[in-house]
Write a protein that binds this ligand. Structure first.
Ligand code: PLP
Length: 386
């Protein structure tokens, strides 16, 4: 993958080729634009979108009400630094609001980090099946993406560390990771943070932190507080159900947050998103419902699907990666087609180098039952075909 990226980047170097049209910076055309999962199942009478790790519970009703109220204020610019939102996050998690930055989704915080810290020749490092956005933001900033191999679909701290050099500006780690659902325990995160050079920033992307119930997991607050080079990112898109409003945040050392604020677009967060985020944080009952729902259905789906003879990667988030056989009749591509016809929309993750897998988001009860029933039918049909 690296070779291809490097090759594409050099092909694109403006000084080597004559063009009679506007030409982007080196690296930009090497980016494969992010392709979101399918969101429709043409022909199906009803559809369940289980392809984007969205919550089946929807947002807190209080968040919706707050967003509606704020619509009335739409003529006014939002407060530029999202102060009230940062104060609400600070109060909720006991953090200094001055060390919080709000982003239009945590994707924007990742992008600001790359823009601020990665220059030409610099490297952004992430693990083999890490979230695709890390590659995109590294290339967008003009840097070089570097990929460390995983072991058994889990990030490998030693492999990451062996890729670190003086050009490594950012190390991205989704914990838990999308699309595998795997995570690294606190001990491993600490080992990674302690072993990185001081000029390299560790980005702990904790988009699914609220879902994790294992005792040896930490989202990263305490680690951020112990180092001058660790940042944690969070989002309102996943368990809080506000993906459509685009709202996320980062927490880091003052110097890094100050740096990001210099390049942050003014008014990057709408007043509506801010209001919804503040109300969502306050609705702890809704949050608990979402956690309980996942705690019930994640193991149920994992066990039911494994019982069909399919490999399911152990997940601590609100989705699972399911591996299909390469036998014709039983492949992931065929399963995807079969399920889509029934209105069950899963996520193909070939772009992550996982062509044998489909990623399934934990849905509501009806969707979960429908997926298991459909997969059972698919496996029987596939096995009967030879
Ligand atoms: C969904 C996701 C995000 C962030 O999404 P935003 O909507 O931009 O906040 C970040 N990291 C991972 C690993 C994700 O899966």
């Amino acid at each position: 993958m690296n070779y291809r990226v490097r090759e594409a980047a050099s092909l694109l170097r403006g000084d080597e080729i004559m063009t009679n049209q506007p030409t982007p910076r080196p690296g930009v055309l090497a980016i494969d634009a992010y392709v979101p999962g399918k969101s429709a199942a043409p022909g199906a009478t009803r559809a369940f979108k289980l392809s984007a790790n969205e919550t089946p519970l929807g947002p807190s009703p209080q968040a919706i009400a707050a967003a509606r109220d704020m619509l009335e204020e739409s003529a006014l610019y939002p407060e530029g630094s999202s102060r009230k939102l940062r104060e609400a996050i600070g109060a909720h998690y006991n953090l200094d609001p001055a060390r919080i930055i709000a982003g239009a989704g945590s994707d924007e915080v990742l992008e600001l980090l790359a823009l601020a810290y990665i220059g030409p020749q610099d490297e952004g490092l992430y693990s083999q099946y890490g979230f695709l956005e890390y590659k995109i933001v590294t290339l967008s900033a003009g840097g070089r993406p570097v990929v460390a191999p995983e072991k058994n679909y889990v990030a490998d701290v030693d492999a990451l560390l062996s890729c670190v050099n003086s050009k490594t500006k950012l190390v991205f780690l989704a914990n838990p990771n999308n699309p595998t659902g795997s995570y690294l325990p606190e001990k491993e995160i600490r080992r990674l943070a302690a072993s990185l050079p001081k000029q390299t920033i560790l980005v702990l992307d904790a988009a699914y932190a609220e879902y994790v119930t294992t005792a040896d997991y930490i989202a990263g607050v305490t680690i951020v507080d112990e180092y001058e080079n660790v940042v944690m990112t969070r989002t309102f898109s996943k368990i809080y159900g506000l993906a459509g409003l685009r709202l996320g945040w980062g927490y880091g050392p003052r110097s890094i947050i100050d740096t990001l604020n210099r390049i942050r677009p003014p008014f990057n967060i709408s007043s509506i998103a801010s209001a919804a985020g503040i109300a969502a944080l306050a609705d702890t009952e809704h949050l608990q419902k979402a956690i309980d729902h996942n705690t019930q259905w994640l193991p149920w789906l994992t066990n039911e699907i494994a019982a069909l003879g399919l490999e399911v990667l152990p997940s601590v988030a609100n989705f699972i990666a399911i591996r299909f056989p390469s036998t014709p009749g039983l492949t992931a591509v065929e399963a995807d087609q079969f399920l889509t016809k029934k209105g069950l929309i899963l996520r193909a993750i070939t772009a992550y180098g996982l062509p044998d897998f489909l990623r399934l988001t934990v849905g509501g009860q009806e969707a979960n039952y429908a997926v298991v029933t459909a997969l059972k039918e698919f496996m029987q049909k596939g096995k009967n075909s030879f």
